[in-house]
Design a protein around this ligand. Structure first.
Ligand code: HSE
Length: 406
């Protein structure tokens, strides 16, 4: 099969590397050779082993021999227009572009279906971890109720460095960027937008109705301090940035926020750039996916697995996707109850909170002399606001983080 790559950055060059170094084994797996015949990128790569670069998208669109295109440009412009034109022209598209899938996946999947081609996006979530295919294929016999995951390698790397090595946020971010994990603009990582797009895709697939990432309440890790890490540790927990989605009797909830996970939580030991995703199904119970969630070769390997899948199923449309959700389908995360960790500064007495349902944590050292932390009973966001107004008005709140439900 003749293919093209659009975008020769971290992931695109990884695809080139995997395909060019595994030609024989891929041919055996696919039943035919995979040949890269065009690479679209506006930059020049004079030292590359490939000599099929173009700066003109039409060279790919109008080449009748190209049956499949790997779109790894990122962003929606021009990736959306390009992908749409390619699918309408009857070409298969595989992608790692979570932003595009989260925003326009419903439409692009429909076009792929109408044209009897494929739009696959295994690499859009969890880097090298197979998670998309299990949701639409292996786990399909289950009514899925929960998906919770550490879905961003950059923030997990940063939090791990803060927790294990006491590094500052800035130093740890630099390390993630140097390793090629971070998005072009790391705001998408540290503010949780990348996790948000990924949980939107997982929730849409798991529950069968489109969840718009723009409707998901999202909070990143920029407010987390080393002091919060220390209180969480004393409580027996670690702080992780998670995306979570749950289907309940009252509707579907999704959110992205830092969460304190007790050390016996299955996701608590997932460190560095690794991602972990816990899926709960009614018959299945819990199943966990774990692996490298970012980086060139892990992400490229997921793209190549989609290329193999399409080549093996040549001429047929692989059914996956979701239908449009009704208005009000997604409920605010604030309606769900959680326990909260709250770090307080002030003169009043921590003994006020030594009562049923609460935990109080004090730490030794001058730095902590004028402060302490409480863990509240489970409450909704509205109840939390009420609690703050009635009981915490004499304190300065230095930090507030949800605690994972059991
Ligand atoms: N910036 C993303 C991450 C890349 O750190 O997980 C993979 O999606």
């Amino acid at each position: 099969m003749k293919i093209a790559i659009m975008g020769f950055g971290v992931v695109g060059s990884g695809i080139g590397e995997i395909i060019s170094t595994s030609e024989d084994s891929l041919e055996k797996k696919c039943g035919e050779a995979i040949e890269i015949v065009k690479i679209l990128d506006l930059r020049d790569f004079p030292d590359s082993k490939f000599d099929c670069f173009t700066k003109d998208f039409n060279d790919i669109l109008n080449d009748p021999e190209i049956e499949l295109v790997a779109e790894v440009m990122g962003g929606t412009k021009p990736a959306y227009d390009f992908t749409k034109q390619l699918l309408l022209a009857g070409k298969n598209v595989v992608t790692s572009n979570k932003e595009l899938v989260a925003k326009h996946g419903t439409e692009l999947l429909q076009i792929a279906k109408d044209k009897n081609v494929n739009y696959l996006f295994e690499a859009s979530v969890g880097g090298g971890i197979p998670i998309i295919r299990p949701l639409y294929s292996s786990l399909v016999s289950n009514e899925l109720t929960n998906v919770i995951g550490i879905l961003n390698g950059t923030t997990n790397y940063i939090l791990t460095k803060m927790i294990k090595e006491g590094e500052t946020f800035e130093d740890a971010l630099k390390g993630a960027q140097d390793n090629g994990y971070a998005e072009k603009d790391p705001t998408a990582d540290v503010e949780g937008f990348d996790t948000c797009r990924k949980i939107a895709i997982l929730a849409s697939l798991a529950f069968g109705k489109y969840v718009n990432s723009e409707d998901i309440q999202t909070e990143g890790i920029t407010k987390i301090k080393l002091e919060d890490v220390a209180y969480a540790n004393e409580f027996g927990g670690v702080i992780k940035l998670v995306g979570m989605a749950e289907k309940t009797e009252n509707g579907v909830y999704a959110g992205v926020c830092p969460l304190i996970l007790k050390k016996d939580h299955p996701l608590s030991g997932i460190d560095d750039v690794f991602n972990g995703i816990l899926v709960r199904g009614e018959g299945l119970g819990d199943v966990m996916f774990y692996g490298r969630g970012a980086g060139s070769l892990p992400t490229a390997s997921a793209v190549v697995s989609d290329i193999v899948e399409i080549t093996k199923n040549k001429g047929s449309h692989i059914e996956l996707g979701w239908v449009k959700g009704d208005d009000g389908y997604l409920k605010p995360l604030g309606n769900q109850s959680f326990r909260f960790y709250i770090r307080l500064k002030g003169n009043a007495n921590s003994a006020d909170f030594c009562r049923e349902g609460f935990n109080v944590i004090t730490l030794d050292g001058e730095k902590y002399a004028d402060e302490f932390a409480i863990f509240t009973p489970a409450m909704t966001m509205a109840e939390l606001e009420e609690f703050k107004a009635s009981e915490l008005s004499d304190y300065t709140i230095l930090g507030c983080i949800r605690l994972a439900n059991e």
